[in-house]
Ligand binder design. Structure first.
Ligand code: TSJ
Length: 641
């Protein structure tokens, strides 16, 4: 086998910044965390490099395989990473890519057009955090290979064989280092959600995902000729679109590539996701504000011109127009600047100008060409304007009665401690369970708010009805934070909001309704980790004056096996919280020393999908819901609902 010494590709483009030891010492600095989330970032980092090759126009297919041994292989059919010697480093360019931090065309300017990767740190970080990594390059009729262990080169780049001249591409296989990560087990559905999103964002790129860990291999293929237009159709799958077209705008201005796709559905939510260089920006930024101002201005101009809006009418607000609108905004930009606390907000002002100009021009044209759709949008927006006016009144009334007068709901049994850090509130299903919970609680720190029956499904109700709902008003007042623009997390009266429902299907449904309300109206409570689910047991087992609780059938069996299955066992199955007396309630779901609570989390990576998840779970269509639950049992678990 030969070593490779021929010099070619612009090796100088690669800047050398730091050593890989730093990455192993402080992995969180480079991939965010060493949790499951950080683990999956390794795959995205490698895949994003291949996607860049697709964006450059040289790669059409990426295959991602979770291998039997738990390692991951990413294959592309691009040009192959250059193998020539980098003049500065004196080693092949591919070795620079894998062993020198911040190396690669991405940071050197030139080479790639745009960069991907949330943290934009490249393949060397993945290498540093892998027990081993192998790269194979098909280029110029040769197959080259190199292996690394924990970032160290094992042998010089080798020619391992030949291949037809017209076969090119890169294969990378890596085994995440179990010394670094909390878990090294990849989750198929997490990868699937993200890779599907990547495929939507990169029109025509085909991405195959395979899982070979089980006897029966799993596979999904994502290939969308319609790109983000198909993304919008996909996100709207759980509701009914108001018109057939997905409206699409595309263009380039000041070095910013802009793509926008949108379509209204019959829900009341504004479901927009924005991306920069294929990376989701959960906090939006300049591209999102450019889109919003263009949309508001353009629809208002059109509605005035067509006299849908009369002289005397107030202009439509952005919210009026975005009610029920699903939007994908995708920009590509050479040097993105991220701002805000979490560095997730796009700061480049040229992105705002570009999106605004392109959407204004093309949407105006679209409305002129499609008067029927234009009328549907105007009608919907005007209706929403009226409803919003009614809602504003209802909300003001709520605010008056709820916040200003600070009268707590009558059903609330509040705690005596006034320091929110010490306090928790149990939202309890049903008056009878509420009664027992009131007796059982620790009065100083535990408040109880019983809710009667099913709470309103906020996915299916307009705002005015929502504010009129007694149960919802009770929660809003009790929490103390206010909602929407009045929301102030500092005023939160309890640092644990614990939803306590029966351990059955109805209970799960009620919990979901409450979570939907919280997600839509007070998402910060979930994001900041204040929301929990209580875990009431399903069985009580008694034997010789000793007591065990089981939370599901498996646990029951385990306990019975341990203590012996004989006549001395007394097993009680709880049909609901209502059947438990105060002492039992205290012992299991309520006593901080003995209970298990489930924290409700929101995975920011899945944000583009989360709207769709709620719309699908809570919407009218039964079939998508059933399919969703069947397909995504695991995903729903991820949401912890
Ligand atoms: F970086 C990496 F190892 F993570 C990785 C890179 C992983 C995978 C699966 C693929 C790739 C990759 C890189 N695919 N294609 C490329 N292309 C280049 O590196 C490349 C090829 C040719 C030229 C040129 O100017 O001729 C420039 C570049 C950057």
């Amino acid at each position: 086998m030969d070593q490779v010494f021929d010099q070619e590709y612009g090796a100088d483009q690669i800047q050398i910044l730091e050593g890989l030891e730093a990455v192993r010492k402080r992995p969180g600095m480079y991939i965010g965390s060493t949790s499951e989330r950080g683990l999956h970032h390794l795959v995205y980092e490698i895949v994003d490099n291949a996607v860049d090759e697709a964006l450059a126009g040289y790669c059409t297919h990426i295959i991602v395989t979770i291998n039997r041994d738990g390692s991951v292989t990413v294959i592309d059919d691009g040009r192959g990473i250059p193998t020539g010697i980098n003049s500065k480093a004196g080693i092949p360019a591919v070795e620079v890519v894998f062993t020198i931090l911040h190396a690669g065309g991405k940071f050197g300017g030139g080479g790639y057009k745009v960069s991907g990767g949330l943290h934009g740190v490249g393949a060397s970080v993945v290498n540093a955090l892998s027990e081993w990594l192998m790269v194979e390059i098909r280029r110029d009729g040769h197959v080259y290979g190199q292996r690394y262990e924990r970032g160290h080169t094992m042998y010089p780049l080798q020619r391992k064989g030949t291949c037809p001249e017209d076969v090119t591409g890169t294969t990378v296989t890596f085994m995440p280092d179990s010394k670094i990560f909390e878990t090294t087990v990849f989750d198929y559905n997490t990868l699937r959600t993200r890779l599907r999103e990547t495929a939507f964002l990169t029109r025509n790129l085909k991405i195959t995902l395979r899982d070979e860990r089980e006897e029966e291999a799993r596979e999904d293929v994502f290939h969308y000729e319609g790109g983000i237009k198909e993304f919008v159709t996909y996100l709207n799958r759980g509701s009914t679109p108001l018109y057939e077209d997905v409206i699409y705008c595309e263009g380039e201005r000041d070095g910013v590539l802009v793509e926008v796709a949108m379509q209204h559905n019959d829900s009341y939510n504004d479901a927009s996701s924005s991306f920069v260089n294929n990376i989701i920006t959960p906090e939006g930024g300049m591209h999102l504000s450019g889109f919003r101002s263009a949309l508001t201005r353009t629809i208002n101009n059109y509605a005035r011109e067509q006299k849908f809006l009369k002289e005397k009418d107030q202009p439509l607000t952005g919210e009026d127009i975005r009610e029920g609108l699903t939007t994908i905004i995708s920009v590509k930009i050479e040097e993105p600047q991220f701002e805000g606390q979490t560095k997730q907000k796009l700061g480049n002002s040229e992105a705002r100008t570009a999106v605004d100009a392109i959407v204004s021009e093309q949407l105006t044209y679209y409305l002129e060409q499609n008067p029927k759709v234009a009328k549907v949008i105007c009608d919907k927006s005007i209706l929403s304007q009226r409803a919003r006016e009614a809602a504003r009144k209802a909300r003001n009334a709520t605010r008056k009665s709820a916040l200003e007068s600070a009268a707590l709901p009558g059903k609330l049994a509040d705690c005596s401690d006034k320091d929110p850090k010490n306090c928790e509130i149990f939202i309890v299903e049903g008056d009878s369970a509420g009664g027992s919970a009131k007796t059982a609680r620790s009065r100083a720190t535990q408040a109880i708010l019983p809710l009667r029956g099913k709470i309103l499904n906020v996915e299916k109700a307009r705002e005015d009805r929502i504010y009129g709902n007694t149960e919802i008003r009770a929660m809003i007042t009790a929490f103390g934070t206010g909602i929407h623009e009045d929301f102030n997390i500092e005023k939160l009266r309890y640092h644990k909001i614990i939803i306590m429902t029966d351990a059955d299907v109805d209970g799960a449904h009620i919990a979901t309704l409450m979570l939907t309300f919280l997600y839509r109206f007070m998402p910060e409570l979930i994001k900041q980790g204040y929301v929990y689910l209580a875990m009431p047991p399903l069985y009580k087992i008694e034997k010789n004056k000793k007591i065990w609780y089981a939370y599901n059938d498996d646990e029951l069996n385990k306990i019975l096996t341990e203590i012996g299955r004989d006549g001395n066992n007394k097993i009680q199955r709880y049909k609901g919280l209502g059947e438990m007396d105060a002492e039992q309630l205290w012992e299991t779901p309520m006593d901080p020393a003995r209970r298990t609570l489930k924290k409700v989390t929101m995975n920011e990576d899945d944000l583009s999908d989360i709207n769709a998840v709620f719309a699908t779970l809570m919407g009218d269509k039964v079939e998508p819901r059933r399919e969703f639950i069947e397909e995504n049992a695991k995903y729903v678990q991820n949401l912890d609902i």
